[in-house]
Design a protein around this ligand. Structure first.
Ligand SMILES: NC(=O)C1=CN([C@@H]2O[C@H](COP(=O)(O)OP(=O)(O)OC[C@H]3O[C@@H](n4cnc5c(N)ncnc54)[C@H](OP(=O)(O)O)[C@@H]3O)[C@@H](O)[C@H]2O)[C@@H](O)CC1
Ligand SMILES: Nc1ncnc2c1ncn2[C@@H]1O[C@H](COP(=O)(O)OP(=O)(O)O)[C@@H](O)[C@H]1O
Ligand SMILES: [K+]
Length: 514
């Protein structure tokens, strides 16, 4: 699914009305009707008080449409206009006027704190104050209204987006954002829904299609691509009957130091689980017996040094490499990386301490192999790029880094984002159970396993992140978030592959009346 910017959505809006020869208020009617249908299906006429707060732009216009349709269908509706400006949009006014046709109780005009209504915990609040058109900080009584609504226990449903958030810009005032329980967003999710500073205000959302021009949606390069099952399925490469282990490549995992040999085991095992034909683990000498015992399928090469890596001597040509997990940042390890980066042709995942080595020794950037995949968590990313002001600034700086160095960067987090030049891929799988030691090592192994099977680096990155999160979801459903361990995620990779093509359970049909 595509994530469009607010500018692109306005453009889509305009093209749609032109091509479909409809008015903007027809489009607003579609949008409002979708939300009404959503509510009607769930409420089935229940007389719970519904408080609709409408701004003075088109988000407010949507709120007026929803209110009209609810009133027409006999719901218990209370409408308010958050009258923060006299500059009401044309389509707001059209729908303001239409309210007359269905009720004698005109929406309550709010102009100060004195107008805040009483709301009970079991009521419903609909936030149609601002959507993608909010263009400055909320202040005065409007900010107080948001805080007043946040303090209420009533269920809060945001129309298009919670008031106070921008679709694709950083948050300005965390104290002036509606804490929606659920958001119904039109046509495409917004980037801010997926970033830590803003996504916390969008715990649940659904996308409602409003029939924007399919050609525009199809041909426009989006701000970002959302990767869910449907997208991930397309990446999968079917195995052929006469394939043999050579077909799936020989992955090399360079990992571990004294006390951190587990990182090498987790990554090597995950490379196997992702489908690599052969896996060799390169570790300091102290890791030899540990690896041979813990992972008999892997071949092991060792450094001359006992406790950390100093010189990576190979006796084969790897088809893919994952390097850096638990290797520490000793001077000799940095020299080994310089040599590896300069001499190796295989596609490479660069993780953890290998990223820290780059941050501390910028000369490594000069030899960074093109199309390498860097997998930093936020701490590692900031060490690499320097401090960033907010989530959006971080993305922009990562894009610039990716372009400058011709590499793919995976920003790990709740919604991991893969960055390649201006392209962004936002992952949808994963859960807080994965915030556990070693889960990043598993990811590096998975991506190396995909690379070794011949997946293109960008696809290996995006698909690997999806599979890794999906495996994490499978584990957490079995054992709780708390009990997820990295080795469980690795073990669940097989089920993550199976889940890719599993049919979603169909909703049970109501039994027919005899
Ligand atoms: N294609 C689509 O996606 C479709 C979108 N649709 C809907 O339209 C919504 C976007 O509508 P929109 O452009 O009218 O913007 P909206 O969010 O109502 O606010 C703008 C108004 O608020 C004002 N204003 C701004 N900031 C302010 C502030 N801090 N404090 C005070 N005032 C402030 C600003 O005034 P001004 O800056 O001119 O003073 C302007 O009047 C979108 O979210 C969706 O719900 C559907 O109907 C159909 C298809
Ligand atoms: N709250 C979360 N939701 C989803 N995924 C998460 C969450 N927290 C962590 N993860 C995932 O777990 C992995 C953690 O990686 P990392 O921090 O490098 O772990 P480690 O260094 O211990 O191996 C990343 O892939 C990240 O996306
Ligand atoms: K809203």
């Amino acid at each position: 699914m595509k994530i469009f910017s607010s500018e692109q959505l306005y453009q889509a809006d305009q093209i749609t009305t032109e091509k479909q020869q409809i008015t903007p208020s027809d489009l607003m009617e579609r949008a409002g009707t979708q939300i009404f249908n959503w509510l009607h299906q769930r409420m089935q006429g229940a007389q719970v008080p519904i408080h609709i707060f409408c701004g003075i732009g088109n988000n407010g216009g949507d709120g007026l449409v929803i209110g009209r349709l609810l009133i027409e269908n006999g719901y218990n509706v209370h409408m308010y206009v958050v009258n923060c400006s006299d500059k009401r949009s044309k389509n707001f006014l059209i729908n303001y006027d239409r309210i007359k046709n269905v009720t004698k109780s005109w929406p309550h005009l709010m102009t100060s704190e004195e107008d805040f209504p009483e709301i009970n915990p079991e009521d419903i609040i609909i936030d149609a104050i601002f959507g993608i058109g909010m263009n400055r900080k909320l202040d005065g009584w409007v900010k107080k209204l948001i805080q007043y609504l946040n303090a209420e226990k009533a269920f809060k449903l945001a129309v298009d987006m919670p008031t106070g958030l921008y679709a694709n810009e950083p948050l300005q005032d965390p104290e002036a954002v509606l804490q929606a329980n659920h958001t119904l967003t039109f046509q495409a999710p917004k980037l801010s829904f997926f970033l830590p500073e803003t996504g916390k205000y969008v715990p649940f959302f659904e996308v409602l299609e409003i029939g924007l021009d399919p050609e525009f949606l199809h041909t426009t390069e989006p701000l970002a691509e959302l990767i869910a099952k449907q997208e991930a399925q397309k990446f999968y490469k079917q195995r052929q009957k006469f394939d043999h282990k050579g077909t799936y490549g020989h992955a090399l995992v360079i990992a571990g130091s004294y006390g951190k040999i587990g990182a090498a085991i987790l990554a090597s095992k995950s490379a196997f689980k992702a489908g690599a034909g052969l896996v060799t683990s390169f570790v300091p000498k102290c890791g030899y017996s540990i690896l041979q015992t813990a992972l008999p399928e892997a071949m092991v090469l060792t450094d001359t040094e006992d406790t950390f890596i100093t010189d990576i001597q190979l006796n084969f040509e790897p088809s893919a490499i994952a390097v850096g997990m638990g290797i520490a940042t000793e001077k000799k390890t940095v020299s080994a990386l310089v040599k590896l980066f300069s001499e190796t042709k295989a596609p490479m995942v660069i993780d953890a301490d290998a990223i820290n080595c780059i941050s501390e020794n910028k000369e490594l950037l000069k030899v960074l192999p093109k199309y390498s995949i860097l997998t930093p968590h936020l701490g590692e990313l900031e060490r690499l790029l320097g401090p960033t002001k907010n989530d959006f600034d971080r993305i922009e700086k990562t894009k610039a880094f990716s372009k400058k160095n011709d590499v793919i960067v995976i920003i790990k987090g709740a919604n991991t984002i893969t960055v390649f030049g201006d392209k962004l891929y936002v992952n949808t799988t994963g859960n807080p159970g994965m915030a556990t030691a070693g889960s990043g090592d598993v990811l590096s192994g998975v991506i190396a396993g995909l690379l070794s099977q011949g997946y293109d680096p960008l696809i290996a990155a995006v698909f690997g992140v999806y599979l890794h999160g999906s495996a994490g979801n499978i584990v957490s459903q079995q054992v709780s978030y708390e009990a997820v361990m990295a080795s469980d995620i690795s073990n669940a990779l097989g089920n993550a592959y199976l889940a890719l093509f599993e049919q979603e359970p169909q909703p049970q049909e109501e039994p027919q009346e005899k």
